[in-house]
Design a protein. Sequence first.
Length: 208
Amino acid sequence: MEDRKEGSEHEPKERKEPHNLIELLDTIEAIETPSGKLRFDAVLEATGRRSFGPLLLLAGLVTLAPVISGIPGVPSLMGFFTFLVCGQLLIGRRTFWLPAWLRNRELSSKKVHKGLGWMRKPSRLIDRLIQHRISFMTGTRGMQMTALACFVLSLAMPPMELVPLTVNIAGVALTLFGLAIMASDGLLSILAFLVTGASLFTMFYFLL
């Protein structure tokens, strides 16, 4: 009896996926980083690697946070990550495969926490505005439209690094899409499509 009780105490607790921005920030900040480096795979495990909404939200936050997105190559890396996730959703996969070199990428935990800290105040405001509405925009067909829009956005993110602020606007779009799916908030989805169009228009305007 004692052995059974003792064993149950050591069983891992069921992971709870985040449902809003603050929960996602708390989840990432709670990841232990004794080496001072935060591995991308650890973030995926903590936030839910099989859920489309949290994955888009994660990509959006990394791209949006000024301290993190300012690291050269990070926006393009998040673009590739979004490309893989959206591409697999469009072909009907239920679980998402990611290459080991992407999962093993590391960032300074100090920079990550600094970037997340900057986002806490706006995140609280955004979370208060989220509600369940216009649900058809986050249904099956809406998810497919979202995946297609994010797929196109992911292809544009590498050249966006050459145009100031456009990659951050793309981060806003990904964040809104992720939140819309997680909260079934169709209004956020509509806003995300508008922001996606604005980011693509700005990129083409300056590059062409």
